[in-house]
Design a protein around this ligand. Sequence first.
Ligand code: PEP
Length: 257
Amino acid sequence: MAAIRPLVAGNWKMHGTGSSLVELSTLRKRLAQAPIPEVEVMVCPPATLLTRAPEVLQGSEIVLGAQDCHPLASGPHTGDISAEMLADAGAKAVIVGHSERRMDHGETDALVNAKALAAYRAGLTAIICVGETEAERSEGATMSVVKRELQGSVPEEARAANTVIAYEPVWAIGSGLTPTPADVAEVHGFIRSVLGQLLGNGQSGAMRILYGGSVKPANAGELLYVPDVNGALVGGASLKADDFYAILAVYGRERTA
Ligand code: PEP
């Protein structure tokens, strides 16, 4: 089977105004000066910057992603944004089921599944997030939670070409804490086996499974080379171009070593 090209996606969350586009411009320049072709690079700014980012990214290979979408294409849903609107703005992918949306907005697996289907309908890649809370981990329920979320959130139509899974232990997000590389390897291997049951081994073997939760330049080297880890979803450390580039550069190291 062909090697999987890793993806590192930056999730800016509810951070950033027009002045933050300078970080995108810096990232673009750094990648132009010292490209890292081994990795696909994506940035998911807040929706307000989606129409402005393409101008900054013009001519670069940085992919634009969004952070959420409504399951329907249009309608009376004040404040919501459809996948079609995101695609129209220039996004190629959308994060769905992030734990902050599951917690802040009570999003269920069924809704996440519908959002992933909306992404496919609009021609976007769905980045589907799963992960256990601290309490679930201490109860030993990590695998059952992750399995339940995958079964409920990943549509039958999911394919390696239209879907990325992000394993994000909730307790690791924004906390500075990370699981050990051995724990990450165990959960990622388990996720791939569940995807195999759901979608067949052909799709699961080629699907990218990202790790997310407090990835920083200092720990990226040990987390990104864990077996079955095909990249990262990065929150806080994606806001500064230098930090984000330092994470991406982990993939260029083998070549330069
Ligand atoms: C995230 O929100 O997807 C995330 C991984 O955040 P952080 O890197 O800040 O932990």
